[in-house]
Write a protein that binds this ligand. Structure first.
Ligand code: PLP
Length: 364
């Protein structure tokens, strides 16, 4: 049983109480037999979440660490960044910041990246890797990763680096079936763990290519993570309480089952979409590209989105405001992680009341 959820930020998301409690257990040595046993129990279960037969590695650090590490480790020189929102733009900024030669296919916010665009870019130039964000949390857009990955594989030998930060655990992510080389996600979104750990994969071909890249750094060297993992542990002292938390939350995720979890998120999205239509809140994301974990909505005409965000805060609820340039016009509901339909119903009823008040003529 979990308590009613009133926290709908598009990450970090609500963390169940037993998961929070797990973090209070005494710390042990990270090379102790006890920790090794815990680590291997987690390592054995994680591939079911990321849908891979390969290793799933764990970094202490937020998702941005592994976005950077993936570029540092896997890109010799040329990288193509597909951008359609703030986090994919961050990956482009990272690629330049670490000294790679980075090109960008930039798609307007609110639209998905079309596989055909990627195809034609790859026909023009050879790249070591392509980066793409599955679920743009800033705009509520979900990119068609399976189709994009197919286009990349058909046109080139570029590695496929995918940020699934706000989709893993809430929408299908098929690492092996889609042929993805690095899939990364922090634990603080649809996984519903505390922030601070990042889970990621490294395909065999990515590992081979990385071996030929010089200066992969130390904390950013994905091969080092893989080698230490194969010895049965993390590369350095991990955030041990977060690992305790992950252990408990993984059980919850696998008890529910990945398919059931995706279906629950699909129902949450559909409920939000039906409600939004009834309230005249238009999605800021194109209809064929809507995220299943976060709805980015335009406030109804004449209503400041901050009225909704602040009104909810006064009632004990949290949602996200708009991101970057979209701050003045949108708000974001994170329907991810452990949120149930009953939690969402309660939130939407609160927003109904706030919008009703906002629409009522002022009494003088
Ligand atoms: N990628 C996406 C899609 C995100 O939503 C976020 C954070 O919201 C990040 C990357 C960055 O994650 P972190 O803050 O864990 O580094």
């Amino acid at each position: 049983m979990i308590e009613p959820i009133q926290f709908f930020l598009p990450g970090p998301s609500y963390v169940p109480e037993d998961v929070r409690q797990a973090m209070t257990k005494p710390v042990v040595g990270h090379r102790s037999p006890g920790f090794k046993e815990l680590y291997s129990r987690i390592a054995e279960r994680l591939p079911r979440v990321l849908r891979t037969r390969g290793d799933v590695l764990i970094a202490t650090g937020s998702s941005t660490l592994i976005m950077e590490s993936a570029v540092v480790s896997c890109v010799r020189r040329e990288v193509l960044n597909l951008t359609n929102g703030a986090f994919s733009e961050r990956w482009h900024a990272i690629s330049k910041a670490v000294g790679k030669s980075a090109d960008q296919i930039s798609v307007p916010w609110g639209q998905a990246v079309a596989p055909e665009l990627v195809r034609s870019a790859l026909r023009r130039k050879r790249y070591d890797a392509v980066t793409v964000v599955h679920n743009e949390t800033s705009t509520g857009v979900m990119n068609p990763i399976a189709d994009i990955a197919r286009a990349i594989r058909e046109e080139s030998d570029a590695l496929i680096l995918v940020d699934t930060v706000s989709s893993l655990g809430g929408a299908p992510v098929e690492t092996d079936a889609w042929g993805l080389d690095v899939v990364l996600a922090g634990t603080q979104k649809a996984i519903a763990g505390p922030p601070g750990l990042t889970l990621f994969t490294l395909s065999e071909r990515a590992a081979e290519r990385a071996a030929a890249v010089s200066h992969r750094g130390f904390y950013t060297d994905l091969l080092r993570y893989r080698d230490k993992h194969r010895e049965g542990g993390p590369i350095t002292t991990p955030a041990i309480p977060l690992v305790y938390a992950l252990d408990v939350q993984l059980d919850r995720i696998l008890d529910e089952g990945m398919e059931a979890r995706w279906e629950r998120h699909e129902r949450l999205y559909r409920k939000t979409a039906a409600w939004a239509a009834s309230q005249g809140c238009e999605y800021a994301s194109a209809e064929n590209a809507r995220s299943r974990t976060v709805s980015c909505l335009n406030a109804p005409a004449g209503v400041d989105p901050q009225t909704v965000v602040k009104g909810l805060a006064e009632r004990g609820y949290t949602i996200g405001g708009g991101y970057g340039d979209w701050k003045p016009t949108t708000f974001r509901i994170g329907h991810m992680g452990e949120v149930r339909e009953s939690d969402l119903d309660a939130l939407l009823a609160e927003i109904d009341q706030i919008l009703e008040r906002a629409a009522a003529p002022a009494v003088h």
